[in-house]
Design a protein around this ligand. Structure first.
Ligand code: FAD
Length: 288
């Protein structure tokens, strides 16, 4: 199933994001996480990819397992530091196992060093074109409601985003954000800029007070005072923070759906029980 077809249905969609096993973890553990995630009946499950090609075998193995479990995978693919041959090899393997959807990404720059101008893949838009030339895939891209960290401002980032969309993306997924008004402003701006494809809102349930500093550093997302108060109050207590994180993410999603944002992508951080907590809270809401 192509994700663009899933998104064309006039109902809310919920997708989950998983990452491949980290050092010391096994694929078997990831398979357990996949089975539990599939049982929640998400519209699709995305699997992240290590920029530069690390972990790529596990990403593929996880996509294969998702297909075998009867769900739709969205496979992330980055192009920083790789050549055309490596991309073709990756696409060939993905097609062979039945992957139909790819999230085309550039990946983070190594040590912040820009990619040379004569490189085949400088931006995600170059990868989008390559995948579409290869054929057989529905391609999505990333976007940043608060602007990508390397862009001078949001307007410049949206200009560049338009190039990626014009290259042939069928949908976009946002970086996490914690203040819905930031997303509404972004959606208004991109629609004004002529970007009309579906945008999936990336929601991160923060369930661990210690994780928040690193999340903010990596994502560039800002923390609204209301959420900051929650982390200050409950961040030291695992159970309390988990409950508050699930409730906050639930509230964000209800507000998004009430305001016509139909695609929600939950950064589940390989915790299907957290995703389950949120989805239980939304059981009637996502059916409306
Ligand atoms: P691009 O779209 O290429 O944009 C990168 C920067 O270049 C932006 O500042 C943009 O404004 C600018 N730009 C783009 N096109 C042009 C142009 N033509 N001319 C001038 N400037 C331009 N990383 C991973 O390593 N693995 C993952 O699995 C992964 N999954 C992700 C999923 C989502 C939903 C998101 C939001 C991010 C993910 N990332 C992942 C992180 C991502 O790789 C980084 O944020 C990276 O720095 C940018 O990738 P991009 O695809 O958005 O790049």
């Amino acid at each position: 199933m192509y994700i663009k077809d899933l998104l064309s249905k006039k109902r809310p969609t919920v997708s989950l994001e998983l990452f491949p096993p980290k050092k010391g973890d096994t694929l078997e553990k990831s398979y357990e996480v996949i089975s539990k995630s599939v049982a929640l009946k998400p519209d699709f499950i995305s699997v992240t990819y290590g920029a530069g090609g690390s972990n790529n075998k596990n990403t593929l193995e996880m996509a294969d397992y998702i297909i075998k479990e009867g769900a739709v995978p969205l496979v992330h693919l980055t192009c920083v530091g790789v050549n055309e041959e490596m991309i073709i090899s990756e696409l060939t393997q993905q097609k062979k196992i039945g992957v139909k959807n790819i999230l085309a990404l550039r990946g983070d720059l190594k040590d912040g060093i820009p990619i040379p101008e004569d490189a085949k893949f400088r931006f995600a838009s170059d990868l989008v074109e390559e995948i579409l030339d290869f054929g057989g895939f529905c391609v999505g891209g990333a976007c940043y409601a608060e602007g990508h960290i390397e862009s001078a401002n949001l307007d410049e980032d949206i200009e560049n985003l338009k190039k990626k969309v014009d290259a042939g993306c069928s949908f976009l997924t946002t970086q996490m954000f914690f203040d819905n008004s930031v997303l509404y402003k972004f959606l208004y701006k991109i629609r004004e800029a002529g970007i009309t494809i579906p945008v999936l809102a990336g929601i991160m349930p923060v369930t661990n007070g210690k994780q928040i500093k690193r999340i903010l550093e990596l994502s560039g997302a800002s923390l609204p005072p209301r959420f900051k108060n929650i982390v200050d109050k409950f961040g030291h207590d695992r159970n309390a923070m988990e409950q508050a994180g699930v409730a906050y993410a639930t509230e964000q999603i209800i507000d998004l759906i009430a305001n016509g944002v139909n695609g929600v992508h939950i950064y589940t951080m390989n915790k299907p029980d957290i995703a389950e907590g949120i989805l239980n809270n939304l059981s009637y809401i996502i059916e409306v």
